[in-house]
Design a protein around this ligand. Sequence first.
Ligand code: NAD
Length: 458
Amino acid sequence: MNKIAVAGTGYVGLVAGVCFAEVGHNVICVDIDKEKIDKLKAGISPIFEAGLESLLKKNILDGRIDFTTDYQQAYKDADAIFLGVGTPENEDGSANLSHIATVAREIAESIEKDCLVVVKSTVPVGTNHKVEQFINDFLKNEVKVEVASNPEFLAQGSAVHDTLFAQRIVIGTESDWAENILTEIYKPFNLPIVSVSRNSAEMIKYASNDFLALKISYMNDIANLCELTGADIQDVSRGMSFDDRIGNKFLNAGIGYGGSCFPKDTKALEYLARNNNYELKTVKAAIDVNEEQKTVLYKKASNRLITFNGLKVAILGLTFKPGTDDLREAPSLKNVPLLLAEGANIFAFDPIGTKNFREIYPEGAHGKGTITYVEDVEVALQGANVCLIFTEWPEVKSVSPETYKSLMRTPLVYDGRNIYELKDMEVSEVEYYSIGRPPINKGGIRETKTYEKLKARI
Ligand code: NAD
């Protein structure tokens, strides 16, 4: 393969580009964001992903990867052009394909030789076919263009690993020519390839993501029922996990899925079904459960406290999961405005996500409440009235139960990620509420303190 161009240097495009270079291809990455391109040219990754920046630097030095905003130069003599641009959701839940259309138009106007266009972005079934028509409609030069589907399955936080050691590569093609080019590109990865039609490849992506979203919502639904009936979701999921038919992954209850994929991909598939006069009941249910689950900690804490007004609220973790600085659809973004509206004084800790969160909520006053960003968990907890755990970062998991007891004004902890053993919180006299497990020391701490105070007075 002489030259691969990649459109879009986000999580998917950049990681794909860097990994293609790493296995020996000659890669040029295009983005409309000049600031991003300048950073990338200097070997700086605009996103946080383990191992990405070092591979980026290495491949720049080896001359296998370059970055540009000049799409014409990048596309005109490329053998294959991968699309990794965003497909965010429209208000009605459908996928917004405007970035895909823009790149398709740019490709049509730029290419000067036969070229395979590969859609890596997640797109509704039938989109590859439309993109091919669209490019051919606008084609400037007499060249052959085909479109192939190659959906991406990486998870943020382990994107480089997931690409270099993917469990499978799915390619959707409509000709031997396209299939051979993609097989050749992926040969150096030495990974299993599933070769299907374009429509099936597009559906595999949605069906996979939505299945995982369903699994999460199912466990959260069961967790809520566990709380009402006195069962413990962690025991339940452990008991389930031995069954090969169920599998042992994605069985953790929590405060719902976030990120740039599951929320929009569930909505897009549900929309696609609706558009085809079909009601996709299972996926609809997953979406509903997830919406409710995101604010479950806030609701529980609201029941326990009269008001958040004037309270110091420690928030541990802002990103939708550890290992990424991405905040898209993070549960924190649903809870913070509710807390601020009630007049909470938030002290937020996140090892990587605060920079992006600050851009949405600058430090200082917001209506009745305030938000302060801290670099130490201890500073967030010092004198806090309540603590909400949104992300299971290692820095959060390593906080001992005694730390809550000794630093907080009232050791009242709401844990959305079930990171503590109940018995440890019990022994440390922390009033602890988690997901799908019984509350610990419910109201007990305050009673003990009052009792101690009374005793001291006597
Ligand atoms: P992103 O928003 O991080 O990156 C998209 C990039 O495309 C941005 O840098 C943007 O500036 C650039 N762009 C927009 N228009 C462009 C144009 N005309 N030419 C060149 N660049 C342009 O998006 P992402 O998270 O990488 O997702 C991309 C696609 O991959 C989406 O369809 C998403 O659903 C899918 N996907 C994402 C993940 C994930 O974990 N993020 C995983 C699998 C699949």
